[in-house]
Design a protein around this ligand. Sequence first.
Ligand SMILES: *Cc1c(COP(=O)(O)O)cnc(C)c1O
Length: 377
Amino acid sequence: MPRPIQATIHTESLRHNLARARASAPDARVWAVVKANAYGHGIGHVFEAFRGADGFALLDLAEAERVRALGWRGPILLLEGVFEARDLELCSRLNLWHVVHCEEQIDMLAVHKTHQPHRVFLKMNSGMNRLGFKPQGFRAAWTRLNALPQVDEISLMTHFSDADGPGGVAAQMAVFAAVTQDLPGERSLSNSAATLRYSGDSISSGQGRLPVSADWVRPGIALYGSAPDFPAHDIAHWNLHPAMTLSSRIIGTQNLVAGDGVGYGSGFQASGPMRIGVVACGYADGYPRVAPTGTPVLVEGVRTHTVGRVSMDMITVDLAPLQRAGVEAGFGSEVTLWGRSSQGTLLPIDDVAHVAGTVGYELMCALAPRVPVVMAA
Ligand SMILES: *Cc1c(COP(=O)(O)O)cnc(C)c1O
């Protein structure tokens, strides 16, 4: 028998979450963001559920090829554009739309030979200061692109730095709207946080109003059932469903007495008699090593917590809450590290990430290759 750990991808949850994103931006088209191998879920595992999206957005050319190979004929957007000139050949061949965020990418386009002009998304750095043209250089970049025979339609985009927090999107919206007000083309602004939090909001821009959801939204994390603004809001608030369950089993138990240590460095010491379970899951599976004693976990659907350090292949959990609940637990008991237990109890990935000092994004993306992935309804 293989080690009992596995990840389960819930197709119905992915569908539900996509519908939620759509409902938050009913007038926009939806890019399903599937970068980083669909946030660790596997592009092949999410593809069917996301067929209802209007396009797939990702970073990696190999991932774009994968989506085409799965039979997708609709839009695919390269969110960082091309990295070198020959990437443009693949864009021409696979009809990939690509972001243009710097002069070097325009230089490459200017010498690219193609029969089919490209659809590009010109990116503005409206305040995040990662990728994109500064507002004062944006129109010059647009004019330069617009003069190229290699370029067909130019869409306009930016990315919010503070959509998930108190900073919000107003300042970046104002910059973007002011610079682009009389430029033609579709607009794309919103990640998950902006899509959910600013649903229905707009600002005045030139002739009309620019909705935060604009023409295309770009939700990622919300599609996978993690709240982009946890702990301010959780997935129950946003009506999102966990798309990944990481589960395993107890492979041993120990009865401790006061003063007994647990794990490397004796990172936990029992203050009295207690029973612990040893779970087949460690940092080599993608479970965060920094998760401290007290990180939530479900055993047979009952919420308990880790004790002691996370090691490569094992964690240890307190079985006292099960004894108190009158639930039998021992060798072979089901353990849910995050997601949904067979009893139906939920442990949102955000709860685990928060205690471990990180975000749901990192945990799902870190799922290790050694963990078998299965699909469920
Ligand atoms: C990753 C990414 C997104 C999706 O962000 P979420 O916070 O996961 O919704 C949207 N736009 C761009 C440019 C991205 O890189």
